[in-house]
Design a protein around this ligand. Structure first.
Ligand SMILES: [Zn+2]
Length: 124
């Protein structure tokens, strides 16, 4: 999947923006579209790819949310999180925590390069 953020949009992010992967919930258009076969749950690697494509100079302007499979008052009703294989699950969750907790652009670029180089075929 080809994803990119136009530079014009990146420049509008003056403070910070929150990015989160698409989760499918009951009684939503996404669930309906999945039921009729025009949409499917994303791979967790697509979210990593999205982050990977953000130029380093903008990486400190983003935070991430709802990347895991945890349940809380706001995520109640989510029935499908981004898919991944058993082999990748812990590695991706550790990556997301590391990205979330460290705001330094060069550090984020380093961990994005590392995980992207060793991505799994399970996203295909
Ligand atoms: Zn995998």
């Amino acid at each position: 999947m080809q994803m990119w953020l136009p530079l014009k949009i990146l420049k509008l992010v003056k403070y910070f923006a929150v990015l989160f992967p698409i989760n499918i919930k009951k009684n939503t258009m996404l669930k309906h579209w999945q039921d009729i076969g025009v949409y499917d749950q994303i791979s967790s690697w697509e979210f990593v790819e999205f982050l990977y494509r953000i130029p380093e100079e903008y990486l400190d302007r983003f935070t991430i949310a709802w990347w895991g499979t945890r349940e809380n008052a706001f995520t109640k009703g989510i029935i499908q999180h981004p898919k991944t294989c058993e082999k990748c699950r812990d590695r991706l969750m550790n990556f997301y925590v590391d990205f979330y907790c460290n705001w330094d652009s060069s550090y984020r670029k380093k961990i994005l390069d590392e995980i992207w180089k060793t991505r799994c075929d399970c996203d295909k």
